[in-house]
Design a protein around this ligand. Structure first.
Ligand SMILES: Cc1cc2nc3c(=O)[nH]c(=O)nc-3n(C[C@H](O)[C@H](O)[C@H](O)COP(=O)(O)OP(=O)(O)OC[C@H]3O[C@@H](n4cnc5c(N)ncnc54)[C@H](O)[C@@H]3O)c2cc1C
Length: 323
């Protein structure tokens, strides 16, 4: 049966749904075309219906949080982009447990934890985006990542079933998470934090902020690539690079060594400040951002024989496109 968006919206007053809705304003990079359908689910029941629609209409699904780690192609997304509304952004603290909806801003969770004298989220200071987005790929920094404090997740699977997944069944690795055997939308996150003095929390926040001080401002999607695990022969080849065998090598340093720091294509630029960031200097197109990403990846492969794995999400356009 043909889908009638007006009828759906009238029947679900707590949610919203738009056709051909621009995605660029919903991302920190600010590039990309429209979503075929953009929906904001106001509650679990509406989300369940949206997931069912995506199945019956065969629309690819993409859950979107704060859009700070994603680059949509210029053709947009040919399916359903679903966001979680304010109903999924509630937080409660019980003892040292913080339970938060997945749409909660990571910064709000950190602020609440800090006000309650709870430590554990400091490595995430300064990160834009939502807890759902942070958990989905284990966001963090040099001082730690969110997976270390996640105790339980609530996920809605594509068939509408809700699963509470305990820590023992979650697998977190460097910017990677295996949250469930089946895809779904994270609804809520339970974090186990530690009581700590105000001074120690402040000191950890300051240390974490200092480690991020070299990140460029402006419009970006954070680090473009994960730092690769360096094969041992590199440092032997040229010890002056300061690269050590068996350690994570800075992807930005490798891109820099390829001479690409500051490289510009249209409105997109490999940041002169930190070569693992691509910045939208104004009016950039996704094609330009992604062409710079490809160029950096190719250059590092050619020079170092290393495969840089993108950290940013690039929602796939079935059948090709500019991704
Ligand atoms: C200036 C800047 C600095 C940054 N620094 C860092 C850093 O130091 N460390 C770091 O790890 N990241 C960093 N980032 C990247 C980003 O901010 C984080 O990864 C953030 O946690 C992503 O959250 P989000 O809500 O914006 O996710 P989005 O960008 O909206 O989505 C990211 C991924 O999560 C999925 N997702 C989002 N919500 C859900 C949900 N409810 N259920 C299932 N899947 C979901 C999406 O489908 C997508 O695959 C930075 C970004 C910027 C712009």
């Amino acid at each position: 049966m043909a889908f009638d968006p007006g009828e759906w919206a009238r029947a679900h007053p707590q949610s919203s749904l738009r056709l051909r809705a621009p995605l660029a304003p919903l991302t920190t990079m600010g590039v990309g075309g429209p979503a075929r359908i953009l929906a904001e689910a106001g509650n679990e029941e509406d989300l369940r219906e949206l997931l069912a629609l995506s199945q019956t209409q065969k629309w690819p699904l993409f859950p979107l949080g704060g859009g700070s780690n994603v680059v949509f192609g210029d053709q947009g997304f040919p399916g359903l982009v679903v966001r979680l509304g304010a109903g999924f952004a509630k937080m409660t603290v019980t003892g040292s447990t913080l339970l938060a909806g997945a749409a909660t801003l990571t910064s709000s969770a950190l602020k609440l934890a800090q006000s309650q004298g709870l430590s554990g989220l400091e490595p995430l200071v300064g990160l834009p985006g939502s807890l759902g987005g942070a958990v989905s790929h284990n966001a963090g920094g040099r001082l730690g990542d969110i997976g270390q404090v996640v105790n339980r997740l609530r996920i809605m699977l594509l068939d509408g079933t809700i699963r509470d997944i305990p820590k023992a069944d979650l697998r977190f690795a460097y910017r990677k998470a295996q949250l469930s055997l089946e895809p779904g939308v994270i609804l809520a996150v339970e974090l186990t934090l530690r009581p700590e003095s105000k001074e120690i929390i402040e000191a950890r926040l300051a240390e974490s902020r200092a480690l991020r001080a070299n990140q460029p401002g402006g419009r970006s999607a954070g680090c473009v690539f994960k730092n690769p695990l360096q094969p041992p022969n590199l440092s032997e080849a040229d010890p002056t690079w300061g690269l050590r065998a068996g350690e994570l090598v800075s992807a930005g340093r490798l891109i820099d060594l390829c001479g690409l720091r500051g490289r510009r294509l249209g409105g997109a630029q490999i940041s002169p400040q930190h070569a693992n960031f691509i910045v939208n200097q104004g009016g950039a197109r996704a094609t330009e951002v992604l062409a710079l990403l490809d160029e950096a990846q190719r250059a590092v492969r050619r020079r170092f024989g290393l495969e840089l794995e993108p950290e940013i999400a690039r929602p796939a356009v079935p059948g090709g496109g500019d991704d």
